[in-house]
Design a protein around this ligand. Structure first.
Ligand SMILES: *[C@@H]1O[C@H](CO)[C@@H](O)[C@H](O)[C@H]1NC(C)=O
Length: 311
């Protein structure tokens, strides 16, 4: 079909073919998007305003909420706009921007979750050294490392993916520009470089995964040795939300990318993509605020303050 020089837009997968179902999808995405904005916005306000929450753990949570807000804004608004306008098109530049920001924000989030596991490990297994190991300087360096490596990574993937000539049309079988689907459009063989890069990324991701698992093995061994029931409960409530968020992030991602090709169908791929790209940013604030008393108190204060302003 067309070659790369004449390719100036891609066509995304629509969720439905009738106008009514498209409106339904629009309403559903709008609901999810608004709840993500509200949840993450509340956490950002609570952590920024309550000085009880000015500790490394909550600063990292602040970072996580910003990343969640960003990552859900990469895919959902465009898909909503398209279903409202009854079109499937995304410009070449728009597609490249989606790939870039998607990689940037999701890999930064994954690196940040690894840093947060380290933070919980130090807090629970080496509490006496927490102050020295997790000082302001060290925390800022770790946060910068997470954002920086996400950025670098995104530059590499985007440059690599879009330097490949495309010769299989311009229909992306996903509701946003997802790299594996874009690679399917490339001329045979030239995509091997990007596949190589993806394999390297998977190894890196696996390294982080092992690090997180080892941290949690140490954390659980330490927590189970705490003699008092109350102490155990407190220690668990400090790390279970993080563990839940990590598990959700990794399990949905793994399932989407490592499922056997035999059970692949466009509908299943679509549902899985929603699961790993849309659901975690929307439910992370919920998971974090559900079990954490300090955060709940801070959120209550924010809500009371807002109510006072309206009276
Ligand atoms: C991210 O975390 C670092 C380290 O705790 C903190 O200094 C910084 O203010 C946070 N940045 C954002 C945007 O949340």
């Amino acid at each position: 079909m067309s070659n790369s020089s004449s390719l100036n837009e891609f066509l995304l997968l629509a969720f439905a073919d009738t106008q009514e179902l498209q409106l339904l999808q629009f309403a559903l995405f709008l609901g999810i998007y608004l709840s993500a904005l509200l949840g993450n916005g509340l956490i950002i306000t609570a952590v920024a305003c309550d000085h009880h929450l000015h500790t490394p753990m909550y600063f990292f949570l602040l970072n996580l909420s910003f990343l969640d807000l960003g990552s859900i804004s990469v895919t959902v608004p465009k898909s909503m706009a398209n279903s409202l306008r009854d079109t499937r098109a995304i410009s070449y530049l728009g597609c490249a921007a989606q790939v870039f920001f998607f990689f940037f924000l999701f890999s930064a989030e994954y690196f940040l979750l690894t840093v947060m596991a380290y933070d919980r490990y130090i807090a629970i297994c080496k509490p006496l050294h927490y102050g020295t190991l997790m000082g302001t300087g060290a925390c800022v360096r770790m946060a910068v490392a997470a954002w920086g490596s996400g950025f670098l990574y995104a530059v590499l993937h985007t440059a690599n993916t879009f330097s490949i000539p495309f010769c299989q049309g311009n229909t992306v079988d996903q509701f946003f520009c997802e790299v594996p689907q874009i690679l399917k459009l490339s001329c045979l063989e030239s995509y091997l470089r990007e596949v190589g890069l993806l394999v390297v990324s998977l190894c890196l991701a696996f390294g982080c995964f092992i690090f997180i698992v080892l941290s949690y093995v140490q954390i659980f061994t330490a927590v189970l040795r705490i003699p008092s029931e109350q102490g155990r409960h407190k220690a668990f409530s400090m790390c279970l939300p993080h563990l839940a968020v990590v598990s959700l992030f990794i399990s949905t991602g793994l399932f989407a990318y490592l499922k056997p090709p035999s059970i692949s169908s466009p509908a299943l791929d679509l549902v899985l993509a929603v699961l790993y790209s849309v659901v975690p940013p929307a439910v992370n604030p919920l998971i974090y605020s559900m079990r954490n008393k300090e955060l709940k108190d801070a959120l209550r204060k924010v809500i009371q303050w807002v109510q006072c302003q309206h009276q």
